[in-house]
Design a protein around this ligand. Sequence first.
Ligand code: HEM
Length: 196
Amino acid sequence: MAAYLSSLPRTVVTGFVLAVIVYLVLANGMIGSGFLPYFFRWLHIICGVMWIGLLWYFNFVQVPSMAQIPAEQKPAVTKVIAPRALFWFRWGAMATLITGLLLAASMDNFALVYLREALSLGEGQRAIGIGIWLAFIMWFNVWFIIWPNQKKVLGITPVDADATAKAAKWAGAASRINTLLSITMLLGMAGGSHFG
Ligand code: HEM
């Protein structure tokens, strides 16, 4: 068992196979009419956990630990852990956005009335609309502020020391703003089924 689980891809694929089996049991072996929204909701939550889990990892664990790490050990974080975490972080954000939009579109069989109502903060979809707009801002921050500045901090985009320090400040501020927004964003997401 331990040898089998030593492979992450094998572990993840097994997790998905188990989920499919449980779904077939729940659905009594049938793929019902509400399959697509359920499927996208499930994928959306998985991707959202990947994104926001890593956002909170950076803010609650990695950044506060840096001051305690001796200078000669810092490259283990900045050169090995952070680039890998940032890869899953930014693509988690992209996948959350895509699956969220697919979920919204599938709610009314791609008629897009639900999505338009949500985006215009219409009465029935105000909570999810607020969640989606906040998540859009957070997604923008990831792709257009955090990632370009992190590339300078990590040395992927070569810049001088002054520009590196500025980039670290911008990336740090955007990451903190996203942590702040994530709390209300999730209030809106969870409110979709509560108020809607
Ligand atoms: C990036 C843009 C996003 C879009 C377009 C989007 C869209 C949606 C939609 C349409 C729903 C369904 C609400 C309903 O049942 O009425 C939903 C639910 C949800 N979303 Fe998002 N979302 C986004 C970002 C996020 C993020 C970043 C997270 C973080 C974890 C997240 C987590 C959730 C959760 C937990 C639900 C609740 C599912 C339920 O109550 O069944 N979403 N989202």
